[in-house]
Design a protein around this ligand. Sequence first.
Ligand code: SF4
Length: 460
Amino acid sequence: MTDLGLPTVRERRIPTRIGRRYLVRTFGCQMNQHDSERISGLFEEDGMVRADDLAEADVVLLNTCCIRENADNRLYGNLGQLKALKQEKPGMRIMVAGCLAQKDRETVQSKAPWVDVVFGTHNLHRAITLLDHAEEWGPVTEVWEETASVDEMPSVLPTRREVPHSAWVTITIGCNNNCTFCIVPLVRGREISRRPSDIVREVGGLAVEGVVEVTLLGQNVDSYGRDLAINGRRRPIFAELLRTIGDIEGIERIRFTSPHPKDIKEDVVVAMAETPAVCEQLHLPLQSGSASVLRAMHRGYTPERFLEKLRMAESIIPELATSTDVIVGFPGESETDFQGTLDTMAEARFDTAFMFIYSPRPDTAAAGMDDQIDRAIASERFDRLVALQRRITLEKNTALIGTEVSLLAEGPSRKDPKRATGRTRGNKIVHVLGEYEPGTFFDAVIESAAPSHLMGRSVS
Ligand code: SF4
């Protein structure tokens, strides 16, 4: 039972809100987007249907993120807009979930008393129970501690996926690392792994529904299963999970994000190479190419060690497409440190990179560090890094001209409806003349390249 005296176990129930309309607004990462799909699944299990816009919604849920800059301002800006709507439509229910709700807990309703329900990342399965409570008794906040166990959180929830042929599957939540720039361990808590049997059952069900591609989600997928060694039994490991999911009929592509450079080992890369469904794609977050900055970030590797891991993976899977995350302007980063990042990026030659200018997140260790870098200096470095990576990406894309690739169709191109957009196993976007049903596979020859996409000609 919870503090509110409500049962914690999720029970399937008779739908009670048939025809009421809901709208979910999501901020932040893939994990949050997937959580929103699951909350939407719970709403629809209760009989609700999706609203096209705010004005027609009876229930509005904001699934918040605290990683992006000014997250609070964005939340309270949205809540201000909702306050005005609720005054016109008093029956409207407003719910706030996600990382900011988990972190700030009681303060959301004190700052915005018109919010009906606040809940966190560890009890999203209770969305309907809490909504019932609010409708009967008034506003409610319920946030579970980040120490909740795998037994307390239902592993499988109904899901309303945005894309029918492709699905995210969470394998772990939380993180046991303490990177000094990151708020995730504070918000999502210690790492909790889902049981392999639950994950395999979920992926099997997705395959039956027609899903052909799954992306496994975890803050650090390499440490999957560390908390699941029960009664001295050998713990499940990520490499085995990849192989097992690779055996599920109907699943043609498997991706995962993210491994941690300090933890990724050969067994995972060998499992990737030996499991045909696992795509030849690896996202390995570098963050910085300076040993001293990496030390200040608590990343647990040096640039040299990082490059060794990358070369190990590329030697086992020669056609591997790689990507990374980089932060520019971390506190204390000197010009020499930044040059180390440029050198490491030039040597690594990632296919693509997600690059960010550092900005402090409240409650993180890095936010309190001396020697914060002037924004203008960080911006100038950022521009140099982007120019370098843009050149490398174009070179790598250009090298694909004339090769044949297998594409998973995603739908018509947004810029040119005469073309279809497909994605390679290496996660590159290709535009091809013609129409292809989303979720189907077809082959194409690459004819031209740009930094952000490729153009191709269908050959199937
Ligand atoms: S590994 Fe580091 S950056 Fe990634 S979630 Fe954990 S603490 Fe954050």
